[in-house]
Design a protein around this ligand. Structure first.
Ligand SMILES: NC(=O)c1ccc[n+]([C@@H]2O[C@H](COP(=O)([O-])OP(=O)(O)OC[C@H]3O[C@@H](n4cnc5c(N)ncnc54)[C@H](OP(=O)(O)O)[C@@H]3O)[C@@H](O)[C@H]2O)c1
Ligand SMILES: [Zn+2]
Length: 320
């Protein structure tokens, strides 16, 4: 093994990502060293640039897949050679890529309680986006009020939404995909949606009510206006689940809640259902649609993702 590695760092708040050559980190107590194979690019990576990291320079990336190549002291759960994944929760109370370095690098040190085992049957590039994007919408659905046969809608067909549509279909729901324009109609139906609602042509609330009102709506489009409007599409005892990040206030009246009566809640990526999300994806053939980039192009890939130009998830392929 070389003593140095290639990595992408954000040197300080507001700085762009840079390719650097730095010493390979060594695992400490309760930590392992991972040879990174793939790392997904997520909107959450913007937080490092926005100044949320505990210190700089910091390596972004919280959808990390790789093989354990070295154990620190007192590691009880893992052995060298296992393929593992790390999401937003880095273990030991850490946040990956904010309070510890992330996976835009050839190697990454991780706490043993931040890892999940990745089974065979899926490539590392395909599994990476499941560790945040996939897990977020999988657990949102899994912990929702919807039961098999219910009507579920997904708002926004991007990185999270294209996985949510597939999970919802495979889990046995009647599925509506809500997107802007006709462009994604064919794709949404191919992903498993029964119904396509073009928000530029149709009133989304009326379209959902025409189908009986949704039991659950997963909001992945990062617009407070869009999120606020969705509540009117819920049916009896409906639930609006907010996955998208949006800073603007939401706009509801008491009647919006009383009508169903409806509930609104947020969902946040969590390690608890990461293994289940990966297992479900393998069992039901759910795969993310990905665009693969080499580590050197992390900045370009990140910018493409931030402009919602990626179909639908960008992944850095770091090693075969
Ligand atoms: N809760 C969590 O734990 C968690 C985890 C990961 C990501 N997120 C958040 O989830 C959101 C979606 O992430 P993503 O990776 O799916 O993003 P993405 O790939 O950019 O997709 C978002 C989709 O939302 C729609 N959209 C975007 N801007 C819009 C606007 N101004 N008005 C209406 N629709 C808009 C677009 O879909 P259409 O073209 O189909 O309308 C777009 O494809 C982000 O805010 C991200 O930060 C949250
Ligand atoms: Zn993420």
């Amino acid at each position: 093994m070389n003593s140095t590695m290639r990595a992408i760092q954000v040197l300080a708040k507001g700085e762009p990502m840079r390719l650097v050559e730095i010493p390979i980190p060594q695992p400490g107590e309760g930590q392992v060293l991972i040879s990174v194979e793939a790392c997904g690019i997520c909107h959450g990576d913007s937080k490092v640039i926005e100044g949320w990291a505990s210190e700089y320079p910091r390596i972004p990336g919280h959808e990390v897949v790789g093989t354990i190549v070295k154990l620190g002291n007192n590691v009880s759960k893992w052995s060298v050679g296992q393929r593992v994944g790390i999401g937003w929760h880095g273990g030991h109370g850490h946040t990956t890529a904010l309070s510890i370095d992330g996976g835009y690098a050839e190697y990454m040190v991780a706490y043993e309680d931040g890892l999940i085992l990745i089974p065979e049957g899926i490539t590392s590039e395909e599994v990476a986006p499941l560790l945040c994007a996939g897990e977020t919408v999988f657990s949102a659905l899994h912990n929702s009020r919807a039961r098999m046969g219910d009507f579920v809608a997904v708002s926004g067909i991007g990185g999270l939404g294209h996985l949510a549509v597939q999970y919802a279909r495979k889990a046995g729901f009647r599925v509506a995909a809500i997107s802007r324009g006709e462009e994604k109609r064919e794709l949404a139906l191919a992903l498993g949606a029964h119904i396509y609602i073009d928000s530029e042509k149709e009133n989304v609330q009326e379209a959902l009510q025409a189908h009986g009102g949704a039991k659950v709506i997963i909001a992945t489009a990062p617009s407070s206006k869009v999120i606020s409007s969705l509540i009117g599409g819920l049916g009896r005892d409906g639930e609006l689940i907010i996955a998208a990040v949006s800073d603007e206030p939401l706009n509801w009246s008491a009647m919006d809640f009383l009508k169903g009566p409806n509930a609104v809640k947020g969902t946040f990526t969590d390690i608890n259902e990461m293994e289940a999300a990966v297992r479900f994806s393998i069992l039901t053939d759910v795969r993310p649609m990905i665009e693969v980039f080499p580590l050197e192009q992390a900045k370009e890939a990140y910018e493409k993702m931030m402009n919602a130009k990626t179909h639908f998830r960008a992944v850095l392929k770091i090693k075969d």
